[in-house]
Design a protein. Structure first.
Length: 245
C-alpha cells in the first residue's frame, strides 16, 4: 500500500510539473507567434524572435513546438490564426481579460464562455473590462549575474526611451509605451543587458479582492482558461487573500 502511495505521490508531482511546463510552452508559443508575425520569421533578422527562441531553449521546449509556432505566423500548413480578446467578470466581480490565438473562433468562444459560466462568472461585451487595464511594454532584467547597480540600469533604461523602472530583490522591471518597446529592447541589448522578458502586456489599474468564499471558484476559472490550448494569456484585476496563491 505504501508503495502504491509513494508512486501515486510521485505521479501526482510529475503531472503537476508537466502541467506547469505545458503552460510555459503555451506562453512561449504565443510569444514566438507574435514575434514572427510582427517581424521577419528569420531570427537572424528579428531580435525579438531571437529573444523568445533563447527563452524556449532555456525551457527545453522541443524544436518541433518552436517551429510550429513560427509556422502559424507565416501561414505554413494552410491554417490561419487570429488573435481575439474576450472580457468578463469572475466570481466576486473580478475583471478578467483573455487573449486567445485561434484558428476556430466558434470553438474558442464557446470554451471561454463555458469556463466563465461553470465557475460563477460571466462573459461580457467588448470594452466591458478592458478600460480597467493599461497596455504597456514590459522588460525584465534579472539581478543574478548582472554587473550593474540600480542607478546605472535606470539611467540606461531612460536613455533607451523607457518611462519608468521598478527594482525588486531579484530583478529590474522596466515599463515603456507599447510602441517604444522594440527600440528600448534593442538599445538595452546593445548595451549588453541579458533580457529575461520583453513583451507588450496588460496591467490592471486597480484590483478587486476575491471574496474568501469565491476563492475556489475563481481559481477554477483561471485554471480552466489557462489549460485551454487556444488561450495565450489571462489578465486579472484581482488579489487573493494573504497566504493564498
Amino acid at each position: 500500500m505504501s508503495g502504491h502511495s509513494k508512486w501515486h505521490n510521485i505521479q501526482g508531482r510529475k503531472n503537476a510539473q508537466d502541467a506547469k511546463r505545458g503552460k510555459i510552452f503555451q506562453k512561449i508559443s504565443r510569444d514566438l507567434y507574435q514575434a514572427a508575425k510582427a517581424g521577419d520569421p528569420d531570427p537572424a533578422n528579428n531580435p525579438q524572435l531571437r529573444l523568445v527562441m533563447d527563452k524556449a531553449r532555456a525551457a527545453n521546449m522541443p524544436k518541433d513546438n518552436v517551429q510550429r509556432a513560427i509556422d502559424k505566423a507565416t501561414g505554413v500548413g494552410g491554417a490561419k490564426f487570429e488573435e481575439i480578446t474576450y472580457e468578463g467578470y469572475g466570481p466576486g466581480g473580478t475583471a478578467v481579460m483573455v487573449s486567445a490565438l485561434t484558428d476556430n473562433k466558434n470553438r474558442t468562444a464557446a470554451a471561454v464562455r463555458s469556463a466563465f459560466t461553470h465557475h460563477g462568472g460571466s462573459l461580457g461585451a467588448a470594452g466591458s473590462v478592458s478600460y480597467m487595464f493599461d497596455r504597456k511594454g514590459y522588460v525584465v532584467i534579472l539581478r543574478d549575474g548582472l554587473d550593474a547597480d540600480e542607478d546605472t540600469v535606470l539611467m540606461d533604461a531612460l536613455d533607451a526611451g523607457a518611462d519608468d523602472m521598478t527594482a525588486t530583490d531579484t530583478s529590474f522591471e522596466i515599463f515603456t509605451d507599447p510602441s517604444s518597446l522594440p527600440a528600448v529592447r534593442d538599445a538595452l541589448q546593445e548595451k549588453g543587458y541579458d533580457l529575461d522578458t520583453a513583451e507588450v502586456t496588460m496591467f490592471p489599474q486597480n484590483t478587486t479582492p476575491v471574496p474568501e468564499d469565491k476563492i475556489s471558484q475563481y481559481q477554477g476559472l483561471i485554471d480552466e482558461l489557462e489549460d485551454n490550448d487556444d488561450v495565450a494569456d489571462v489578465y486579472e484585476a484581482a488579489t487573493m487573500p494573504e497566504g493564498v496563491e
